[in-house]
Design a protein around this ligand. Structure first.
Ligand code: HEM
Length: 345
């Protein structure tokens, strides 16, 4: 039977390609599981997103979400899983980015693994931004309106991007149509395509080795075959992660706020989701005309993350490499501090 199937589906070269990768065993090997955890969240998002699409109607956004929560069996639970998994995915991706940063996994020849990862993080944040408006409740409406108004102030492309996103000068029900198409068609296809490129690059280059491991004599280096050893060891971690999402969705369900009223005044103290708190708080530090300076600083931070692999190239780490790690650590501390400040203020 297996010979019959193998001759019809000649996957031997594919299995050889998967089996080629070996995972270095050292005290930071646990960080190699974070990319797989991101994939688990992505799978949960796609599965629950498809279920939500069955009842969600972009023409009646709030009423259809209310129906999902109140009438549809397990609707509220599925919606809560989608919400919690999105949040944990964003968190997991930040940790994946920081761990690959400190393991210097971006250095030649893995520049494009890093760059595709960075694009994926941006797309996942855009996923969250577009999904946030879909329930069309008070908070999501005003937070999106504020977010796009800020974007509009960006030089050159600001007005154009804002109008394209809103479908006019203000956030209306037409914006829902645009965000819906973005959220359920454009972004999933783009993210899936880019994930394939990211994973193929990981497979082609193999796992990176930290300097301390690479410096060991060959007889002291230990590796684990990725397929099937490491992959099987990841399964309990994936189950644990899924369990955490289910437990959070059951214990802290996503509520339904009142329907958006575009003619009403914005409720006091609205804030974006936690992963946008840092840019939100940074912009507050640069009021009025200084706002452009704040935007420039943030664009510079993103650009620096993109050029890191082209600056820190020497193996083993030299002075410049240590300086990059130090600046990165300061950047992460700044990001965490601004997020906490934005959340508490
Ligand atoms: C949807 C988003 C993402 C998915 C599904 C994903 C998935 C993965 C997987 C499965 C691996 C191999 C195992 C591992 O090292 O964890 C990996 C490696 C890697 N990822 Fe990602 N990733 C994503 C986003 C990112 C981001 C945001 C960055 C950084 C900006 C990044 C940078 C890297 C790098 C440099 C490696 C190579 C690690 C090494 O060789 O040691 N990835 N990714």
């Amino acid at each position: 039977m297996s010979r019959f199937l193998l001759s019809r589906f000649p996957v031997g070269p594919l299995i050889d390609f998967m089996a080629k990768k070996k995972v270095p065993e050292h005290r930071c090997s646990g960080w190699y599981t974070l990319g797989g955890i991101a994939l688990v969240f992505l799978a949960i998002q796609i599965f629950t997103g498809i279920l939500l699409m069955v009842y969600y109607r972009p023409s009646q956004p709030w009423a259809s979400v209310q129906r999902i929560v109140v009438e549809v069996p397990f609707g509220a639970f599925i919606r809560s899983i989608h919400h919690w998994s999105a949040n944990l995915m964003a968190l997991g991706l930040f940790v994946h980015m920081f761990s690959t940063f400190f393991m210097k996994a971006y250095r030649p020849t893995r520049e494009f693994t890093w760059l595709t990862g960075l694009c994926l993080l941006g797309l996942v944040l855009l996923f969250s931004f577009s999904g946030y408006l879909l329930p069309w409740d008070e908070l999501s409406f005003f937070a999106t309106r504020v977010g796009i108004t800020e974007l509009e102030k960006a030089p050159l492309v600001g007005t154009w991007t804002a109008t394209l996103l809103r479908g006019g000068p203000d956030v209306t029900i037409d914006t829902i149509g645009r965000f819906y198409v973005l959220h359920v068609v454009v972004l999933p296809l783009t993210v899936l395509g880019l994930v394939v490129v990211h994973l193929t690059l990981v497979q082609l280059h193999g796992m990176s080795e930290p300097d301390s491991f690479a410096a060991l004599p060959p007889e002291r280096k230990r590796y684990r075959p990725f397929f099937t050893d490491f992959l099987l060891a990841e399964i309990p971690i994936w189950m644990l992660v899924t369990g955490v999402v289910l437990a959070l969705a059951a214990a802290v369900p996503r509520g339904l706020a009142p329907e958006a009223d575009p003619t009403a005044a914005a409720p006091a103290g609205i804030k974006p989701e936690w992963y946008f708190l840092a840019p939100y708080q940074t912009l507050k530090l640069f009021p009025g005309r200084l706002e452009l300076l704040g935007m420039g600083l943030m664009a510079a931070a993103v650009l620096s993350a993109a050029v890191v692999p082209f600056i820190d190239r020497v193996v083993p780490t030299d002075r410049r490499g240590r300086m990059v790690a130090l600046i990165g650590a300061a950047g992460i501390a700044g990001l965490a501090a601004m997020t906490a400040w934005g959340g508490l203020s």
